[in-house]
Design a protein around this ligand. Sequence first.
Ligand code: ITT
Length: 215
Amino acid sequence: MLSQTYLLLRQSISLANKSTLVVATNNPGKLKEFGLLLPNFEIISQTSLDIIPEEEVGETFFENSLQKARIANKASGLAAIGDDSGLIVPVLNNLPGLLSARYAYKNATDEENRQFLKNELERLNLTETKAYFVCVLVLIQVSADPFPLIATGLLEGSVKTIFRGANGFGYDPMFYPKGSNLSLGEMNADEKALISHRGKAIEILKRKIEGFSSE
Ligand code: ITT
């Protein structure tokens, strides 16, 4: 029963026919990664459609991601994907977490947020500590979609007070994936996509779009 409903609902979008997908983000770093990771889609940014995001008030990455996708879907009438993501540092009570984009202050730059995190670590006399990135994607396929597709990805590693590399965005220059000598800022886009929280979430989402999994 579930699989029949699932198959009906998912028909609006497919990996095979260059479906159009609005990415509900104003973050150019994220947008670039979506373009790379979803080559079978015609990706449109919400910025190019003048869609204005609302304040993120959710208590979970999921709520914020759903809100982003809903707004973009309602405004465009097209399939829309929300990405709410962030960096969790357990020793800092799981901050910056939901506040990752505005850790230093509202509208802070990536550089200011990195510096703020570095200061917080130094306050605890740490030069590195365990951390992980999370990414929660929500795909709304049709208007009032009662069955959005959801996918989550994690990337474990550590944050260090030494910044290396200028690739990527956000906290990439200070994040070192588990088992890697390179920071994410030193990896090229393909290398990051293979291991990243966003890359993993998108792989799961692609499988759901194709109907291989309904979980
Ligand atoms: P949108 O809401 O417009 O998508 P945003 O940057 O505000 O853009 P979020 O609220 O999801 O998005 O905050 C995510 C923040 O987490 C982002 O600004 C970075 O600071 C950090 N982040 C998420 N994914 C990251 C990645 O792959 N590399 C580095 N930092 C990342």
